[in-house]
Design a protein around this ligand. Structure first.
Ligand SMILES: [Zn+2]
Length: 85
């Protein structure tokens, strides 16, 4: 077994993924992550097949190599169709 960077989990259960790992795997702030357990190991995988905003896995459209669901597209469309006078 290999040991990498050791980090402390905070009171809310959050843990920081080291920046060198995030950069190597192209994980940006706001990325949706799938968290699973395999025995005593916690696995983190980027949700590449889910909406980057809400995490839904259905009704998806590609936008600049990212996935957006129809609900978030509708929400964004509604936001940007607001009349600004
Ligand atoms: Zn969405």
């Amino acid at each position: 077994m290999s040991y990498g960077v050791i980090r402390k989990i905070d009171k809310l259960g959050k843990i920081e993924i080291p920046v060198n790992i995030r950069r190597a795997l192209d994980i940006e702030a706001g990325a949706m992550m799938n968290i699973t357990k395999d025995g005593e190991t916690i696995l983190l995988n980027r949700c590449e097949n889910n909406c980057v905003i809400c995490g839904r896995g259905e009704f998806l459209y590609d936008f600049r190599r990212k996935k957006l669901c129809k609900y978030c597209i509708a929400m964004i469309n509604e936001m940007f169709n607001i009349d600004i006078d």
